[in-house]
Design a protein around this ligand. Structure first.
Ligand SMILES: Cc1cc2nc3c(=O)[nH]c(=O)nc-3n(C[C@H](O)[C@H](O)[C@H](O)COP(=O)(O)OP(=O)(O)OC[C@H]3O[C@@H](n4cnc5c(N)ncnc54)[C@H](O)[C@@H]3O)c2cc1C
Length: 335
């Protein structure tokens, strides 16, 4: 491992200043992802800024929203009363991720910023545009069973124009995308807010960048506005093993229901794209409708129209479609 300077700022401003003056600096929180990357030589920061002493560990309900500090542990968040009562979809997604031990170390900020699990990214002997831009993508013609089926979107490119076909690994971020969460960021120019849909990037350009965070910027909190989805939401994760495995496909489904009809709906998918994949027309397709398997099947098939398989992952298209139907049925409470 390359030698590095280790710093422990006490304020957000101090942390941002330390990071801004050195492009090779990196923040470390729980270290469950970054330390692995450093040991393998994939990340080699010359300055490691330990943010664990910053005052970013609170979960509080203020006015119309839940504000969650970037250093809140995944395990604490999943058990917090306000999350369980107001945003159970988020708790379900957190508990579907990693293992108990990892969740006790992993933070909200680190989960948002965790890197892909594509094996070409982790193997220094193989080409990877994300690790080394311009090197090529080993997965495109290689082992791509777990890779993306959605790319830059209709009219904006596709698998041919994506320089990286890896998927975003987080479960938490799929629920946060469905819940239209805001990410609060502090940087050299002060505070700014970004919607989850705009936080992570697609890979048409600069595949080395997973997010739209600027140099030195620090995630300080996330905010989830109150909603009426608590009674009818479900996170479904399909994976090769029951625990300690990333999603092949996951679905965060949230419905607002009254009088046997759906009045609002949100859905996001994980394991299918370079970022959590939000399905935008679901609200229009479901609003005012009586829930049924037939309706959910139509919605799922509509969603899958834009999917494009690689040589080894055509199964994901059917899997994602079935997972959407199952998650929507559970959320709606129909068998
Ligand atoms: C074996 C294993 C299985 C796993 N399975 C799953 C799974 O099934 N689902 C899932 O979702 N996750 C899974 N994970 C990933 C785990 O959730 C992440 O490793 C964890 O969330 C990262 O959080 P951390 O605080 O440890 O981040 P760190 O490792 O400390 O940091 C990760 C990255 O985030 C940056 N960072 C951290 N905090 C901030 C901040 N506030 N602002 C800006 N940048 C920041 C760091 O610079 C670094 O680049 C798994 C991990 C392992 C090791």
């Amino acid at each position: 491992m390359k030698p590095f300077q280790y710093l422990r700022p006490k304020t957000v401003q101090e942390a941002v200043t330390m990071a801004t003056d050195n492009p090779e600096a990196q923040y470390i929180a729980g270290g469950t992802n970054l330390v692995d990357l450093m040991k393998r030589g994939i990340a080699s920061p010359s300055k490691l800024i330990d943010i664990n002493h910053l005052p970013l560990k609170k979960i509080e309900h203020r006015y119309d929203r839940l504000r969650i500090g970037a250093l809140v542990l995944n395990s604490d968040l999943a058990q917090h009363k306000a999350v369980l009562t107001r945003q159970p979809l988020l708790a379900q997604a957190l508990l579907a991720g990693a293992s108990g031990q990892l969740r006790n170390m992993a933070t909200v900020g680190g989960n948002l910023l965790q890197r892909t699990r594509c094996s070409y990214f982790y193997d220094l002997a193989l080409p990877c545009n994300k690790r080394k831009p311009g090197a090529g993508c080993g997965a495109e013609e290689g082992i791509n069973r777990t890779h993306a089926i959605f790319f830059a979107g209709n009219g904006f490119g596709g698998i041919e124009k994506s320089s990286c076909i890896a998927v975003h690994p987080s479960d938490m971020c799929v629920a946060l995308t469905a819940l239209e969460t805001t990410v609060v960021i502090n940087g050299p120019d002060g505070e700014r807010r970004v919607m989850m849909k705009d936080f992570h990037r697609l890979s048409t350009q600069q595949p080395e960048l997973d997010t739209n965070l600027g140099p030195g910027e620090l995630v300080t909190a996330i905010e989830v506005v109150d909603n009426a989805f608590a009674k009818h939401s479900h996170y479904l994760k399909v994976r090769d093993r029951a625990s300690y495995a990333f999603a092949l496909v996951s679905v965060a489904a949230a419905l607002q229901m009254d009088g046997g009809r759906i009045w609002d709906a949100r859905m996001a998918l994980g394991g299918v794209a370079h970022k959590p994949w939000r399905y935008w027309s679901i609200d229009l397709m479901l609003r005012g409708q009586v829930p049924s398997e037939k309706l959910f099947r139509e919605v799922a098939e509509h969603e899958m129209e834009g999917a494009k398989a690689t040589a080894q992952n055509a199964f994901k298209i059917k899997l994602a479609s079935n997972a959407m139907v199952a998650a929507l049925k559970t959320a709606a409470g129909i068998s």
